[in-house]
Design a binder for this molecule. Sequence first.
Ligand code: ATR
Length: 270
Amino acid sequence: MSTRPLAGVLGHPVAHSLSPAIQNAAFRAAGLDWRYLKLPVPPERFTEVVRALPASGYRGANVTIPHKLAALELAGEATGAARAIGAANTLIFRAETIGADNTDAQGLLEAISTPVAGVRAVVLGAGGAGRAAVWALIQAGAGRVAVWNRTPEKARALARDLGAECAGHALEGGPDLLVNATSVGLDPSVPAGAALEALGLGGSEPPATVVDLVYRGDGGVTPVTAWATRGGARTIDGIEVLVQQGARSFELWTGRSAPLDAMRAAARSG
Ligand code: ATR
């Protein structure tokens, strides 16, 4: 019988996740005999599957669409980040209970890597990713955090909930930092110009720093990162944010510091 520790990513669908490549590279580089697997689980099976994982050798899991809320609800313990964001992307299977955390917020701040205290930021998007980004920037002491969304009521609700402002358009007030937390740019069949227009960025200059949470599995450049690079912005792509949030999850499960270079190399080679 194998006693090799396991971890995995719970999602539906999960076929295109880069997390197995990233985490298995991390285990190898850290000299840990762990294995990380894709765990495709439909919503109606989520709770029973998660509860069965610890006895099957699982030490932890990442959680992606559509299970982040259900993961928070089933956990016995949750961090302040997971509760405030209202979603968990990391589960830790402890002896007595299941712990839930959200490493998206910390991952974003690590990816930005320069202090955001006092910075004026606009976050595009008011879904789960937008919520994590707004919460992270407020926690880190950003000077102004404004949220813009195609459907303004959702931006208003998020802003009210987390104590952010609403932006009438993407570059309102000349921000220092722009975070694209919408799904715009994910679909390679949408022309780059149309994607930028959908976000109100067409024909404008980027701010000093731009983060695009969107990444494409094929390693393709996204419309927002191309626009930011062209305009001379410091540009942080979705792969770097994915690696950083994965690194925090790795540390929560193993108690070891994450081998970031190996994780980045694995993410970029798909
Ligand atoms: P996630 O959990 O990744 O944030 P989500 O909750 O589905 O995913 O949110 C997707 C975000 O992308 C939303 O802010 C959505 O805007 P709406 O609230 O108006 O739907 C945004 N989005 C998706 N397609 C868009 C488009 N074509 N133009 C502008 N925003 C778009």
